[in-house]
Design a protein around this ligand. Sequence first.
Ligand code: PLP
Length: 401
Amino acid sequence: MSKTIQLADRVENLGVETAFLVAGKAATHAAAGNEVYPFHLGDMNLPTPPNIIEAAYKAMRDGKNGYTPNAGIPQLREALAAEFNTTRKTNYNIDNVAVQPGGKPVISKFLLALMNPGDEVLYPNPGFPIYESQIRFHGGMAVSYPIIPGEKNFSFDLNAIEEAITDRTKLLIVNDWHNPTSAECSAEDRKKIAEIAVKYDLTVLLDEAYFDVRYDGESVSLIREPGMMERSVILHTFSKKYAMTGWRVGAALGPKSIVDVIAKLNVNDESCTSHSNQYAACEALQGDQAGARKILTLLQERRDLTVEMLNSIEGINCYKPNATFYLYPDVTEAMKNAGYTGYQPFLDAVLKHTGVSMCARTHFGTPLLDEKRKYLRLAYSGIDKEMIDKGLTRLKTFLER
Ligand code: PLP
């Protein structure tokens, strides 16, 4: 007997994290016996610091294996509030923190808590593809604003944000230290974004997944601007700073009224984040930071090598960003010289002939109408220096042949 399964209409609107699709193709290429140079996914091939691993073992041995309070263990919520009060100058307490299984769930829970069907939500394009997917999946209107090339790096098009606002705009998503371009807000940008949020009474999701992945200077959060603490939820994750992508620990921090709803969503979804991993996250925040420093040093070395090698390829132009582990080079001329107009045939040919696996601009939203230049996105978090060198040498040979 066969039955036709009728899926819910909303499934039509569910997107994917496109980098995982590229990873699938790379895996197939590798399974056929080819060497693959993985620049596609923001995953990490660096070890989680040993003191964090030991804290998880200890928690398990000590019997921390049951459910926890839905918003997380008090020790971790307190440690997070204290960390944010130091690094962001907030005045959070435990009530402002809901622990999450990773940073990503904060996106859907923020929308579920605040967005009614038909509400307009502003989000960056190019941008992390889950924003658009989740806004549309939950019945909102996804309205993008551009991230544009500037003199030293990409930047937020603040005029476009204001122009896109209508009387149905309710929420704004800002990803400072931006995936995929590594754009970051200047002091002036932060002031202007906060003014816009206050003027139009928007509630804001600050995706700060890369706050701590910074090589020079100091990360300053938008939360410090007047009016932002009472209208913003911060997406925090342990994934990147401590190489803990698979541990799934993160948090939502913001006004109690929103955090309470997010904790109620925890009850309905996962019940709680892994008990022992929450103890490991406490160690990450309060224990020895040598491991985190080492991760950052290695990432910086990879960044320097990748940028240098990309810029040595004819027709490629790459900024050297101060934060995140992504590069977003302009490859317009290189693609033209190699005889490609479309991204997919280009990526397929590069994978086939060189083993280099990367994402393109199109994996981060639909290109804007007036967008003429072509871009790739390379993550250097999951590939060591030797492989970067080998892969990009092969790419250079292929493109300059
Ligand atoms: N936000 C951005 C911009 C990201 O790039 C990522 C991961 O790549 C996340 C959120 C989610 O990270 P995680 O769920 O691993 O904490």
